[in-house]
Design a protein around this ligand. Structure first.
Ligand code: SAM
Length: 328
């Protein structure tokens, strides 16, 4: 049957759900931990580094949007697609946006996001100079199967920015899902608006599998199992199982980047930039020097037991260590 905008992940017939249930259940089951608890984790600094990447990218694109709007002083509306527990809420506040739409498939994560927003708002009211808060709305839905616009408080709303952080790859389960997610990202953007995001690097993962001569590889922090023929990866449904310390243990899908670019074009999106984290860091490290310190994003993870989390190679650590020493 055709999906209705009133469908929720729970209401979908089982055969239409794919891995949605597994993914939602996984994210819903992740406990919300306080900073002190989080700081004990072996991936504390890796997460801080990822947060720094997101902060810098969000600022970069909000900056472009503000520059274009300079004359008009008009509102800035953003969609945080697959927002999770609202890890980016503060970034949106610091970015001075006007309105935020938060969507995610995991209802418990979305409830935690609501609580975080309420907390952030009351802090801002308490602390003088806490900055402006923005208005917010929430949508609990599978972004790869539901037309989100119909769930907006105003379906004709035009957005300046859609951000999908560490999540777009879930849509590459199938072509219709990738198309649905891209339509959701594109169709409400103003001309000149941006769709930004972070995904896993399919080339890197396949290269690591080939190098290790096995479809399962990793270290004592992460483990990836690729569930397809690594010599003939499919364009969609290239399923992998990803485990990262105590945080992620979930099926994901690899994104064939040229296919993403081609599909995005179909929905009116033109590729502006793609960068590996390593290159993004090189480009932004001086501008984001202070934030790296504040966010404790480069405090060195002890590269003991030969462990380097996924996406960060031994050489990058050495480079990062040098940078920390010299940052002055
Ligand atoms: N964007 C957040 C961040 O950067 O902190 C959360 C990232 S988390 C790694 C991935 C998120 O994507 C989870 O909250 C998960 O529930 C959500 N997600 C996965 N598949 C989804 C789907 N089909 N529709 C909506 N949300 C989805």
């Amino acid at each position: 049957r055709l999906l209705e905008s009133s469908d929720t992940p729970e209401s979908l017939p089982k055969k239409l759900k794919g891995y949605a249930d597994v993914v939602a259940t996984h994210y819903n089951s992740i406990e919300e931990k306080g900073v002190s608890e989080r700081s004990k984790s072996r991936i504390f600094y890796l997460r801080n580094f990822h947060n720094w990447i997101k902060s810098m990218m969000i600022n970069e694109y909000l900056g472009k949007i503000k520059e274009a709007k300079k004359q008009h002083n008009s509102p800035i509306r953003v969609h945080d697609m697959c927002c999770g527990k609202g890890g980016d809420l503060l970034k949106w506040k610091k970015g001075g946006i006007t309105h935020l739409i938060c969507s995610d498939i995991a209802s418990i994560s979305l409830e935690q996001c609501k609580a975080r927003y309420a907390d952030m708002k009351s802090r801002a009211a308490r602390d003088r100079g806490g900055g402006n808060s923005y208005s917010i709305e929430y949508i609990c839905a599978d972004c790869t199967r539901i037309r989100l616009r119909e769930k907006f408080s105003d379906p004709s709303m035009k957005l300046d920015l859609v951000s999908c952080q560490f999540a777009f790859h879930y849509s590459f389960e199938s072509l219709p899902q990738a198309e649905c997610m891209l339509r959701n990202a594109a169709e409400c953007l103003q001309p000149g608006g941006y769709f930004i995001g972070t995904i896993t690097d399919a080339y890197e993962l396949i290269a690591r599998a080939r190098k290790s001569d096995s479809d399962t590889f990793g270290n004592n922090i992460y483990k990836v199992s690729l569930d397809f023929d690594i010599n003939k990866p499919p364009l969609f449904g290239a399923k992998c199982h990803f485990q990262l310390e105590d945080v992620v243990d979930c099926p994901e899908f690899l994104v064939h980047f040229p296919t993403l670019v081609k599909l995005a074009k179909k929905f009116g999106l033109k590729l502006v930039k793609t960068e590996k984290f390593k290159d993004f860091f090189e480009r932004m490290k001086n501008e984001g020097r202070q934030l790296l310190t504040i966010m404790r994003a480069l405090e060195t993870y002890p590269p003991n037991e030969g462990a380097t989390p996924v996406g960060v190679e031994e050489d990058d650590y050495k480079h990062a260590e040098e940078f920390v020493k010299n940052r002055g």
